[in-house]
Design a protein around this ligand. Sequence first.
Ligand SMILES: *Cc1c(COP(=O)(O)O)cnc(C)c1O
Length: 219
Amino acid sequence: MIAENVKRLRAEIPEHVTIIAAAKTRSPVEVLELLATGLTDIGENYVQEAREKFDTIGSKFRVRWHCIGHLQRNKVKKAVEIFDMVQTVDSFKLAVELDKRCKEAGKKLPVLIEINSGREAGKTGVLPQESMDLIKKISSLESIEIAGLMTMGPVVEDSQELRPYFESTRLLYEEIQKSLTEKVRMKYLSMGMSDSYKIAIEEGANMVRLGTAIFGERP
Ligand SMILES: *Cc1c(COP(=O)(O)O)cnc(C)c1O
């Protein structure tokens, strides 16, 4: 099932778009089945869950682990041991902690800035109008490297309603790209999930995060 889904998705999704398998609640066995298809990028929401799969899968496969869930500062040290990219940086405090732990670990970590594109109160992500300032501040840190933007968008009934949020995030991405410094690269635009990836790709996403479309409905 997983293999068929990946085959169909990989045939349909343009080659330049990286597929992240959003693996929350999935077992190590399911993840191994996924990796056997040749996909290499796994997204996890929780450090502990990522750790368990990381330990089971060990060196059997070359995997890039992405943190796609909100990261608490007290989990950063453990997160740095596992993740190859953190897609959910939305505050300077979190960035400073990541930088500190990466420095200790002798690691350079690519991060994406999470944008609260729906401008919703109480949601994760930095507000679009505050993102440029945040990026400027973070770019002074030495052990993390800004590599793009990520957004979820608000919860909507019809995924077409997400289009304006994806579009505005892409416009922001392009704006930041224009004011690039050496420490800031806009390489990845991570947006779109199982019910919205087509729209997200039309709006410029080059990284999509798929759970249900790959693994089936979550238990
Ligand atoms: C669960 C999750 C996804 C994937 O969701 P699906 O609808 O199952 O594709 C993508 N991004 C994040 C941040 C998630 O938590």
